[in-house]
Design a protein around this ligand. Structure first.
Ligand SMILES: Cc1cc2nc3c(=O)[nH]c(=O)nc-3n(C[C@H](O)[C@H](O)[C@H](O)COP(=O)(O)OP(=O)(O)OC[C@H]3O[C@@H](n4cnc5c(N)ncnc54)[C@H](O)[C@@H]3O)c2cc1C
Length: 248
């Protein structure tokens, strides 16, 4: 079915670091959606309408945030990066996707694992109450290469202040030593127990659900580790523990 487009306007552009940015797009008319879902975002080019899916990094409202990384050699993202406040940008009218809390099993603790811009859907979820009503503890793990890729730090520290011991944010930085962050990869931090020790929470089938989003290699590697712990993908037909969003 052909996509229906809404012509949006960039209301704000927040640059976190070179090539890493959040566009806030004023696009009233996008149908109500659940946090975690994605929209298509695009621009018209002389050749074609160029668009890609992006998780919405904010709950439904008239202005929606998209947390984007410029992919070198990518078709769309260098164009999105060059847009400034006031520019027009197309947004699909209807969000889709099952990477949402309502598609995630109930559990005392929810682990939210992200690499890079895979943080986007969690920012939307963390701005709403539902996650705190459904889960006693929330552990957010953000894997990046460099400290400058750690976006949304101020907002996350405010959530920490508000929810105290119910919320843990664990940055994992692979290519630099950063104070307060685990050095290395999410998979290593799972294998050596450092994630669980910082979160003061075990990652076991009896007490938790896991959402993970981002780089396909991380998703595959983590899924294999979770499988060893008896944690499998959650399906309607076969309840499990793990819900996944692949970005490519
Ligand atoms: C459901 C869904 C939600 C998504 N949400 C987001 C989001 O919130 N933010 C976001 O930045 N991207 C997101 N993506 C990825 C996005 O759709 C595009 O693939 C990405 O922006 C690259 O577009 P491009 O035209 O510049 O690159 P293309 O010319 O399409 O090249 C694609 C290649 O770029 C690489 N790539 C794609 N995404 C990334 C990335 N995030 N980081 C590093 N390399 C990448 C992969 O190698 C991929 O094969 C999402 C993808 C899916 C399927």
């Amino acid at each position: 079915m052909a996509l229906q487009w809404i012509s949006g306007k960039i209301a704000r552009k927040h640059v976190w670091s070179d090539g890493l940015f959040t566009l806030s797009v004023h696009c009233p008319g996008v149908s109500a959606f659940e946090s975690g879902q994605f929209l298509q975002v695009g621009v018209e080019t002389p050749e074609k309408h160029l668009h890609r899916p992006y998780s919405v990094a904010s709950p439904h409202s008239e202005t929606l945030d998209f947390f984007i990384v410029r992919v070198d050699g990518g078709e769309l993202t260098p164009r999105l990066w060059s847009l400034e406040v006031g520019a027009s940008i197309d947004v699909s009218a209807k969000a889709t996707g099952g990477f949402t809390l309502s598609h995630t099993p109930e559990a005392e603790t929810i682990w939210l694992l992200a690499t890079g811009t895979g943080l986007a859907p969690y920012i939307a979820m963390l701005r709403e109450q539902t996650i705190w009503e459904r889960h006693k503890n929330v552990v957010l793990v953000h894997g990046v290469r460099y400290a400058t890729d750690l976006a949304y730090l101020e907002e996350l520290s405010q959530i920490k202040e508000e929810y105290g011991g119910r919320f843990h944010f664990i940055p994992v930085v692979s290519r630099a030593e950063v104070q307060g962050a685990i050095s290395g990869r999410i998979t290593t931090a799972m294998e050596n127990g450092s994630l669980e020790s910082i979160a003061e929470n075990a990652m076991t089938p009896s007490n938790c659900a896991v959402m993970m989003c981002g780089n396909p290699q991380m998703l595959d590697d983590v899924e294999a580790l979770l499988k060893d712990r008896g944690m499998l993908r959650h399906k309607k037909s076969a309840p499990g523990h793990v819900v996944v969003e692949r970005y490519w």
